[in-house]
Design a protein around this ligand. Structure first.
Ligand code: PHE
Length: 338
């Protein structure tokens, strides 16, 4: 007959040794090996358990209890260690899979904004510096915003000034791609009370065949001032100040009489070129009283001016490009030069 105390002592030793191995297991695989060697099918604890049968029935109970206690203690230690090792393993995996996104100085080649966007940003900066705020409006418009409210009634001959692209929505020719940014003037005046000092940049569309100076999609920046006592001299002075700020102090502006249904009087805005000539960049004029009436502003109390410039043309001029289409083909060999 074996001494039950011998079994119990051996169990205590076994449990202590197993728990030490568990604590020292450096990986989940090592932990598995310790588990198999202690409480696994062929582990020592399992062998001891099998010997219970050879014990005196009275001793069997005490030793059996010790076996169960040792087993629970080892299992608990394994579970705790496994949790720790799993966290570590996950962390190691994440570390191994981490992408190094540090820019290497020798590799650093940052891109930049497209020159049309950069020009638009600079235009905004100049006007914001003069106290203007920026507004935007939809590119798909109704006939009313794009034409009627701008004093261009249906069948007005001036509609021929804009080769309109209509959208197949609602009544025929009731919905269109805006042919200019001027409809945003209307939206601004509907939403805000004067005094108004705003610019409205955005995309516009015309049924034009692309050539060196035309593209069917282009960018405009609209300006609108509505206040008491605004005169044509304010318009001319504002545009001259803008010209110097945007193109440089040596460049001047000129206004030539023109016609737009929504301004009266109207003018073309030209800037002087380095070659001694003039370059047309957009239209402008004093807001027509009918436009004020369309949005419920009293033309007896308020006056104002408006202008609309082509941003692409400005970018082309500013950067000395030969062809407007180059702004839309996105050839990086060209864009990289700026
Ligand atoms: N909307 C005009 C155009 O695109 C330009 C313009 C704007 C003229 C504001 C006068 C006043 O042709």
């Amino acid at each position: 007959m074996t001494d039950p105390q011998q079994h119990i002592d051996r169990l205590h030793e076994l449990s202590a040794a197993a728990r030490e191995q568990i604590a020292n297991a450096a990986s989940l695989d090592e932990l598995k090996a310790v588990e198999a060697g202690s409480i696994g099918k062929k582990g020592e604890l399992t062998l001891l358990k099998k010997q219970l049968g050879s014990l005196d029935p009275d001793d069997r109970k005490a030793v059996g209890q010790a076996v169960n206690e040792a087993k629970s203690a080892i299992e608990a230690a394994i579970a705790a260690r496994r949790a720790t090792l799993e966290v570590e393993a996950r962390r190691a995996q994440l570390e191994a899979e981490r992408l190094d996104l540090t820019e290497h100085p020798a590799r650093r080649r940052r891109g930049h904004l497209h020159i049309t966007t950069a020009s638009r940003d600079r235009l905004e900066d100049v006007f914001v510096g003069m106290g203007y705020t920026v507004a935007e409006g939809p590119e798909v418009e109704t006939d009313w915003y794009n034409f009627e409210a701008l004093n261009i009634p249906p069948s007005h001959p001036a509609r021929g000034m804009w080769d309109t692209l209509y959208v197949d929505l609602g009544e025929p020719e009731s919905t269109l791609l805006r042919t200019h940014t001027s409809p945003v003037q209307i939206r601004v005046m509907q939403a805000a009370k004067p005094p108004i000092y705003m610019i409205m940049p955005g995309r516009a569309y015309r049924r034009d065949t692309a050539d060196a100076t035309h593209t069917p999609v282009f960018h405009q920046i609209e300006g609108l001032v509505v206040d008491r006592g605004i005169s044509f001299a304010d318009l001319a002075g504002t545009l001259e100040a803008f010209t110097a700020a945007f193109f440089g102090p040596g460049i001047h502006s000129r206004l030539r009489p023109s016609y737009f249904p929504f301004t009266e009087p109207s003018a073309e805005y030209d800037i002087s070129t380095a070659e001694g000539g003039w370059l047309e960049l957009g239209g402008c004029g004093m807001v027509h009283p009918n436009v004020f009436r369309a949005v419920g502003i009293d033309p007896e109390e308020w006056t104002g001016f408006a202008f609309g410039f082509g941003i692409d043309r400005m970018a082309k001029t500013f950067h000395g490009l030969a062809d407007l289409r180059d702004l839309f083909t996105n050839d990086v060999r060209l864009l990289e030069q700026f």
